[in-house]
Design a protein around this ligand. Structure first.
Ligand SMILES: [Zn+2]
Length: 234
């Protein structure tokens, strides 16, 4: 295994441990992956290994082209085909999946995390959408791959840029987030959960509260993420 592949395994292992430490995960639910596009592979958590026992050795390398395991003694996470379809369609470096409480509650209610203020707009330029329900044949067939395809469909059908909104709620399932690498994807999952909790509160206290203006949302998103971003020290 190349030093680069070893470094990716280490980074993805660390990102999975960050996810476990974030409190967003119950049991072995949740997984993080990271991609090396030049090498044509991604690294992902193995299936069913408790976070307390996870080491870089356990992390599995999967081909971006075929979806087959390239390196690793364990089976990759059962959600691997979902990660694969996200990598194939979206220009991201890392993907995270959780069943965090409030984001999952909204996914189960099939409600988006609406962009209602600047906390949201600092991270996501608009609503975090919910996918459509999967059809019976999609569930009974290649379920995990179809979950990835319905995520991609949600963005293409609705004209949403995955660079503007780096998160989705899969209907009756839970959230997926993505970012520059696995660590960033985990940080987005944490922020999404905070925003989902706020959204549940807003829906309870003022379901018809007016939306923020697009110019306010754009100002906040672009000062952090746009080409002319000026927030921060670098
Ligand atoms: Zn799941």
């Amino acid at each position: 295994m190349s030093p680069r592949a070893a470094a990716l395994k280490e980074s993805v292992c660390a990102a999975n441990l960050e996810l476990a430490a974030s409190g967003l995960v119950t049991g072995t639910f949740g997984n993080v992956s990271g991609v090396d596009r030049d090498a044509g592979l991604f690294a992902i958590k193995p299936s069913g290994v408790p976070y307390a026992e996870l080491t870089p050795y356990h992390v599995v390398l999967v081909s971006l082209e075929t979806g087959e395991v390239i390196d690793g003694d364990l089976r990759p996470s059962s959600d691997t085909p979902t990660h694969l379809e996200i990598y194939r369609a979206f220009p991201c470096g890392g993907v995270a999946h959780t069943h965090s409480e409030f984001a999952t509650a909204l996914a189960q209610a099939r409600l988006p995390v609406r962009c209602m203020g600047t906390t949201h707009a600092d991270y996501f330029r608009g609503d975090v959408p919910v996918t459509r329900e999967l059809a019976r044949d999609e569930v009974e067939g290649e379920y995990e791959r179809n979950t990835g395809l319905v995520i991609v469909e949600t963005f293409t059908e609705n004209g949403i840029s995955p660079a503007d909104v780096s998160a989705v709620l899969v209907a009756n399932h839970g959230p997926f987030t993505w970012g520059g690498d696995g660590h960033e994807a985990v940080a987005r999952s944490e922020m999404l959960e905070v925003l989902a909790r706020m959204e549940c509160t807003i829906r309870a206290i003022a379901p018809d509260a007016p939306r923020p203006a697009a110019h306010l949302v754009d100002r906040h998103f672009l000062r952090k993420h746009g080409r002319e971003a000026y927030y921060g020290q670098d």
